[in-house]
Design a protein around this ligand. Structure first.
Ligand code: COA
Length: 351
């Protein structure tokens, strides 16, 4: 039976470094508060008018292809995970395809909307296509440009200090080596609390879920119902989050889904060389590490440098951890994610 191996990987982070001290000039916050609650010291922000979610994704993709000697022309399927697409539609998959100069090939491009779990959702989708023999070189990109859409006033500080921009990508190929590649993946979601961490405007909801008056929707039958004056005037076009609710759910679901992957593949935490969690918050990762009794060497964190880059955080961390020698060929690595939706997921990979 075919397995799916991660043949190549790459990442891209914008040059511009934004420190907590930089944010203090824009809002009432402090370096102490941000570091104590999230571990974040700095993050990267994309260059306005020059970088987008799809261009950063394409840059990460080029590095991933170079790392395993695959030409853009050899890619037969693109999967693009993001919560911050260039356009409402079309999705970033086709834009990355165009940026990579392979539109003429007319290969499929699939967009994934699973927020912080998007990369692992993409991994499972790719794994199924590789195992059935349908595709041989899948390019999975996860990229986020959050900085253009955050509220940099004190009102938005609980969200805006946490997030950063960046992209990661992998090339997935078939292997007949039974001991290598993606051993198991596990995806979950629960929409009961969908709005707890969300960006609901602009959207087509027209007030359906939460009451139309709240959003100032005009009482007309057609048109004019996507963005309202009230949304602009009352700052309703930014992400919102109940941080404590997210924290509580995350520290339950991360360990649960990691255990699920280990149990399915017949391993224990001691067998894992490295756990690479979605970089949501250093405090969440530390909590999870304690619960799972993982050593410092077994847990990877780089949120201190990049903030939370949602879907992109796992592939960025995977690349950096490899560059730092935190895992190597033959090692067992567990990826785990939790985020808006809520959605959560894990994957166990033998490199
Ligand atoms: N700087 C300074 N003060 C801030 C602040 C900031 N950036 N953001 C919020 N505060 C204030 C609040 O206004 C509040 O003030 P008050 O007590 O005067 O009302 C106080 O800090 C406490 O706010 P609270 O939201 O209760 O803080 P918290 O201890 O829950 O920490 C988070 C906030 C967001 C850091 C924390 O809840 C968290 O990490 N949640 C998980 C978030 C996450 O990981 N999201 C991504 C998931 S993929």
């Amino acid at each position: 039976m075919l397995r799916t191996k991660i043949a190549g990987m790459g990442y891209y982070v914008p040059e511009k470094v934004v420190t907590n001290f930089d944010l203090m000039k824009l809002m009432d916050t402090s370096d102490e508060w941000i570091q104590e609650r999230s571990g974040i010291i700095e993050r990267r922000y994309a260059k306005k008018h020059e970088e987008t979610t799809s261009t950063m994704g394409a840059a990460a993709a080029r590095m991933a292809m170079d790392s395993c000697g695959v030409n853009p022309e050899e890619i037969d399927f693109i999967i693009f995970a993001t919560l911050s697409p260039d356009y409402f539609f079309p999705g970033c998959g086709v834009l990355a395809q165009r940026a990579l100069g392979i539109s003429k090939k007319e290969i499929p491009a699939l967009d994934i909307r699973n927020q912080c779990s998007g990369f692992i959702y993409g991994l499972e989708v790719a794994d199924q296509f590789i195992k059935t023999g349908k595709y041989k070189n899948i390019l999975l990109i996860a990229s986020e440009l959050q900085s253009h859409g955050l509220d940099f006033t004190t009102r938005g500080r609980n969200v805006s200090v946490l997030f950063g921009d960046g992209a990661g990508a992998v090339i997935l190929q078939p292997t007949e080596d039974e001991d290598k590649g993606i051993l198991t993946t596990h995806l979950h979601s629960d929409g009961t609390e969908a709005e707890v961490l969300s960006l609901i405007n602009p959207g087509s909801h027209c007030g359906y879920h939460l009451g139309k008056e709240q959003f100032g929707y005009p009482d007309i039958e057609y048109g004019g119902a996507f963005v309202t004056d009230k949304m602009f005037n009352e700052h309703m076009l930014f992400p919102q989050m109940d941080g404590q609710a997210v924290f509580k759910k995350a520290v339950t679901k991360f360990p649960e889904v990691i255990h699920e992957a280990l149990k399915t593949a017949g391993y224990s935490t001691q067998d894992v060389k490295l756990v690479i969690p979605h970089q949501a918050n250093l405090r969440i990762s530390q909590f999870v590490q304690r619960l799972l009794r993982l050593t410092d060497d077994q847990m990877y964190n780089n949120i201190q440098k990049y903030g939370n880059t949602t879907a992109a955080s796992i592939p960025i961390a995977m690349c950096e951890a490899k560059q730092e020698g935190r895992y190597a060929e033959g090692d067992l690595v567990c990826l785990a994610a939790f985020g808006s939706g809520f959605t959560w997921a894990s994957a166990l990979v033998r490199f």
